[in-house]
Every structure is written in C-alpha cells, then in structure tokens.
Design a binder for this molecule. Structure first.
Ligand SMILES: CC(C)(COP(=O)(O)OP(=O)(O)OC[C@H]1O[C@@H](n2cnc3c(N)ncnc32)[C@H](O)[C@@H]1OP(=O)(O)O)[C@@H](O)C(=O)NCCC(=O)NCCS
Length: 188
C-alpha cells in the first residue's frame, strides 16, 4: 500500500497520558516546555537553542502536521491527563515503509521527568507502530544519555551496538550513538 493511504491514529490514550498530533496554535505551549527544560535538552537536542521561542514551537507543530499527512513523520504531543498540560513529545521519524523500520525520538518537560511518563508513552507508540505495519523500531541516543538509554531498555529495546563518532553535537564535537532496537514480533 502507498504510505499516504495507511491509516495512522491521530491520538492514543494510556493510563496517565493523552498523546495526540500537534495542532496549529500549540506552539506557545511547546515553546514554554522547551524553555523550561533547556538545560536537560541542550546536550542532546540541538534544536533546543538559547533563542527557542513561540515561533519555533509553532513552526515545529505546522511542519510535523504536514509530515504526518505525507506519512514521513508521526509526532505525538504528550498531555498529562491529570492536569491537561503539554509535557513533551515523541514519535517516529526516518520512516522506511518498504523495509518497515523507523526511529523514535522523545523528550519530556523537566518538571515531569522521573514519573515513568516516557516509558508509558514509548510503550504505547511502539505497540501502535506494530499495528500499522512497521517492524523494526530504533532508538538512537548519545552514549552519555543514560536516561534515554534507560527508557529504551525499560521498554524492552535491545542495545545492538554503538556507532563511534558518527554525529556532531550542538558545538560540533564528535559524539557516539548507542543503537537500540525492538522488533515488533518480540514481546515488550
Ligand atoms: C530521556 C528522557 C525523556 C527520560 O525521561 P524520564 O522521565 O527519566 O523517563 P521515564 O518516563 O521512563 O521515567 C523514568 C524514571 O521514572 C521513575 N518512575 C516512577 N514511576 C515510574 C513508573 N510508573 N514506570 C516507570 N518508571 C517510573 C523511574 O524509576 C525512573 O527514575 P530514575 O530516572 O530516577 O531512574 C528525559 O531525560 C529527557 O527528556 N531528556 C532530554 C531529551 C533527550 O535526551 N531525549 C532523548 C534523545 S535520544
């Protein structure tokens, strides 16, 4: 089937979270969460710059809405059900519908970290991806990013290896990426 014809859920519900596609107008909430989490995001997310603001948040929302319809990227915004607040995002990008693989990235607002929310969200998205025909789900993270690696391991992803000096960080220094994968036929 042509990827654009594949039906992909626009929202997912878990015990404590509501995951949904970004909407036009969400950019202010996204920017507030990024600004509140800058010290934790900056070492690993080059887009979380010192000048990140409302327009950046809004451009992000509009770009991922467009990519969703092309089935190039599926980015969910994460809302805490107890408060209704936006607390982060996750979802697959680098989707190869032919090989049936993708890579998932994620981030959480710092004041909501340490509650298992990302583990809950990643488990839900991973399970959904199996239902729309994807088979291999990757998480790639800097070898210093122990919290990200812990989320992947907690969700049953297997560390396949580490690519040495395969990326540059925000200041142009070489960094090594750990590669984790989950094959959807494997139990989580
Ligand atoms: C990576 C990141 C999303 C991890 O967030 P997190 O809140 O630590 O992840 P989880 O939601 O799985 O929470 C796990 C923590 O909650 C605790 N926890 C509490 N209740 C829990 C529950 N019900 N289930 C699982 N863990 C629970 C765990 O013990 C763990 O605590 P610890 O960090 O003290 O060991 C966050 O550090 C982040 O946004 N970093 C910056 C961006 C980034 O690096 N993204 C990844 C790029 S590849």
């Amino acid at each position: 089937m042509e990827p654009i014809l594949i039906d992909v859920p626009e929202e997912l519900h878990t015990e404590r979270l509501h995951l949904r596609l970004p909407r036009v107008g969400d950019g202010v909430a996204v920017a507030a969460a990024v600004v509140a989490s800058r010290p934790e995001l900056q070492p690993f997310m080059p887009w979380a710059t010192d000048t990140y603001g409302d327009a950046d948040g809004e451009m992000w929302c509009r770009r991922v809405i467009a990519r969703y319809f092309l089935r190039e990227q599926i980015s969910y915004s994460i809302y805490e059900r107890a408060t209704g607040e936006f607390i982060g995002g996750l979802g697959p990008h680098r989707i190869d519908w032919k090989v049936r693989l993708c890579e998932i990235g994620y981030w959480i607002r710092t004041d909501r970290a340490g509650n298992g929310f990302m583990t809950e969200a990643l488990n839900a998205v991973t399970a959904m991806l199996g239902t729309i025909g994807l088979r291999r789900i990757e998480v790639r993270c800097d070898e210093r990013n122990l919290k990200s690696a812990a989320v992947a391991r907690r969700c049953g992803f297997v560390h396949e290896g580490t690519l040495r000096a395969n990326v540059l960080d925000a200041v142009g220094e070489p960094r090594s990426h750990m590669i984790f994968s989950h094959i959807v036929t494997e139990p989580v």
